[in-house]
Design a binder for this molecule. Structure first.
Ligand code: 6R9
Length: 649
């Protein structure tokens, strides 16, 4: 970790929405009188019926309830589209860059977006979807993904996007989890020159479904697909039957906008619920201030819409602000490691937001891939998803930003809806590796891990919690409010518990140290170790499995699995590959174990609990400091595991 600081350039600060003095003043106002602060900033979006109540929040375990702008009504899609028509109808809302660099990009104006979204909204209605119904979106990064999200918002349906890299099983579980009536997908999806058979995956996911879930299919490639008669519909055919006029539904601020499944420390992913008013205010406000977005700027967030980053910073935040947002179908390394920079040059990107794992991967390919392109339009760079190591930060700063672009390292979560700890580029001096300071209205606290006592000294290390609420906060776990309370409000009473460890330095800067629960972060994607374990033990040859993370140069963390086979099974290289492929099948490519160690026994306490601390140390190749192993039922197991460890790097 480096303590070198990079203050904002005076020219940047002079033109920024927020400079250091303004940050201090606004932050203080947001904490001193949150009601007044958010009453003011709640007005940045259009309300059908203005709110009179700003905030109604109860963090008491057992009674947790979070409401913002409760009596206001609005429509999120109208805020992202209709209200811009008069002033910027012909401005590009979405630039779409396809997988193949030789194929034409699309520029979709706000007017065109209005027509397409209205048509899709009418198609949804024709398919029987109404207010409150759930729609699963399983699409590649194509404009129709944006249409689908906004069409749901327009008619008050709740979307739940499933990342197109997830397997049929994972998709099926999410469709069932929220009782979706409809899945929106594409025939096949090109990505990095390869094709994923999305519609086939949907068919497989719905194979045993008895509730007649319908499917709306976007024709992306024209590839052959299997059709379910009476249940499947082509988008382009249905679109011809409907008008391009669909009045937006009046929704209450606390009506759900979307559900997004995310990994936790137990086997089942949880459906994070975000509502309409507060989420939109927060996504729009953070988009404007964190990226210092100005009218006319071209904004590119490289995330997939399947993750929260894509929801808040490709779609809702930028479009609520009337921005031009870029959507990229491909991957950073296709056709070569210069693709990101080629796209930045081609579309004159001003703000570029990506994940440290992508930066590390591209850094390893050499500077010439960056230097080939004219990046002079870049004004700001951002990162999200995991801590960034100073080496990658410096490369991003020097080679990509040429020392001229502030870097915003944004800490937040699916649960938080938008940035909570982040520099504001005209206000905050950056320190490589630190997410720096809280956004307006956010009060981070550091608690002692065991006692839960708040550490009040400036310098502190412990678990990161948030005191009080902010408008973008999740409201519940879909169908399981108890789980919501138990996960976030039970262990540390009176606070929102983030699940992250954190250090605060002498300047009050926050440094995220990683998850303190059994969640790992692989290439910026959250993965519950329990999910991978249950996939492994579902294989007929596996008796037991324990999964931990270990440091990985590119991915941040890799997946290390300890596997005990059924008696009589022989550990072979083929079986190792079979198990890896199995997990890939069960969950998706992002969950594939990097290393599998055959372990005839796992270190357990006498009560039968697996001692993960020990497994983590061995996976990290740090077995010299295993700590106390005296409570183990059979300490001999540990020597065996060390002897046969897979990571000797
Ligand atoms: C937005 C997103 C959330 C977890 C979070 C933390 C890690 C995210 C980070 C970061 C260090 C950052 N994380 N941003 N760690 N610095 N700037 O990533 O949401 O997929 O829910 O992951 O990611 O561990 O708790 P999500």
């Amino acid at each position: 970790m480096s303590d070198k600081t990079y203050p904002p350039a005076p020219e940047f600060a002079a033109n920024a929405h927020v400079d250091a003095a303004r940050y201090a003043e606004m932050y203080k106002a947001s904490i001193d009188d949150p009601e007044a602060f958010w009453a003011e900033h709640g007005k940045r979006i259009d309300w059908i019926k203005p709110f009179t109540r700003v905030k109604d929040v109860n963090y008491n375990f057992g009674d947790v309830s979070i409401k913002w702008f409760e009596d206001g009504t609005l429509n999120v899609a109208a805020n992202c589209i209709d209200r811009h028509l008069a002033t910027r109808g012909d401005q590009t809302a979405i630039i779409w860059e396809p997988d193949e660099p030789g194929d034409d990009a699309q520029h979709i104006t706000y007017k065109e977006l209005h027509a397409e979204v209205s048509k899709m909204a009418n198609v949804l209605k024709n398919l029987g979807i109404g207010k409150g119904d759930r729609v699963v979106i399983y699409l590649p990064m194509i404009p129709e993904a944006a249409y689908a999200m906004l069409a749901c918002a327009r008619i008050g349906a709740i979307h739940s996007i499933v990342f197109a890299g997830f397997s049929p099983d994972a998709l099926g579980a999410r469709v069932n989890g929220c009782d979706a009536k409809l899945v929106i997908t594409a025939d096949t999806a090109p990505r990095g020159g390869r094709r994923t058979k999305l519609k086939d995956n949907v068919n497989q996911a719905l194979l045993h479904d008895t509730t007649d879930v319908k499917c709306l299919v976007v024709q992306r490639t024209g590839d052959q697909i299997a059709w379910r008669r009476d249940l499947d519909f082509w988008w382009h055919e249905e679109a011809e039957k409907v008008s391009a006029d669909c009045p937006p539904e009046e929704m209450s601020a606390e009506d759900p906008l979307f559900i997004l499944y995310t990994s936790g420390s137990t086997g089942q992913p949880k459906g994070v619920v975000h509502t309409s008013g507060g989420y939109l205010v927060y996504a729009a406000m953070t988009h404007q201030y964190t990226f210092d977005y100005h009218d006319g700027d071209i904004f590119w967030c490289t995330a997939d819409v399947g993750w929260v980053t894509g929801h808040s910073y490709i779609i809702y935040g930028p479009l609520a602000n009337g921005a031009t947002t870029l959507m990229f179908e491909g991957v950073p390394t296709y056709p070569d490691a210069g693709r990101f920079w080629a796209v930045c040059e081609k579309h004159k990107v001003n703000q570029f937001y990506t994940a440290p794992t992508a930066i590390r991967a591209l850094m390893g390919q050499g500077n010439e891939f960056v230097e080939r392109y004219d990046l002079s339009d870049l004004k700001l760079l951002g990162t999200v998803g995991e801590p960034i190591n100073p080496e990658a930060w410096n490369w991003y700063n020097d080679v990509v930003g040429k020392g001229n672009c502030p870097i915003v390292d944004t800490w937040w979560q699916t649960e938080t809806g938008g940035h909570l700890i982040t520099p504001l580029p005209g206000a905050t001096a950056a320190k490589p590796g630190s997410a720096t300071l809280p956004f307006f209205g956010v009060q981070p606290v550091i608690l002692e891990t065991e006692s839960g006592k708040e550490i009040t000294t400036t310098e502190a290390e412990g678990v990161l919690c948030i005191k009080d609420s902010w408008p973008g906060q999740m409201r519940t776990v879909w169908g399981d409010h108890d789980r919501f309370q138990a996960t976030y409000f039970q262990q540390y009473k009176g606070y929102y518990f983030s699940g992250d460890g954190c250090r605060r330095d002498a300047d009050g800067y926050y440094w995220i140290t990683g998850r303190v629960d059994d969640v790992i972060n692989v290439s910026g994607h959250r993965m519950g170790t329990a999910e991978v374990e249950s996939a492994l033990v579902a294989h007929s040859k596996v008796a037991e499995a324990a999964v931990v993370g270990y440091p990985h140069d590119i991915k941040g963390q890799g997946i290390y699995a300890y596997v005990t086979l059924m008696s009589g099974e022989t550990p072979t290289e083929e079986l190792r590959k079979e198990l890896s492929d199995w997990v890939r099948q069960e969950i998706g490519p992002i969950a594939k174990p990097d290393l599998i160690q055959w372990s005839p026994g796992l270190p357990k306490t006498r009560s039968g609990k697996i001692m993960r601390r020990i497994l983590r140390k061995i996976a990290e190749n740090d077995y010299g400091s295993l700590g106390d192993t005296s409570t183990l039922a059979d300490p001999g197991v540990v020597d065996e595991l060390i002897e046969n460890r897979m990571n000797r790097g």
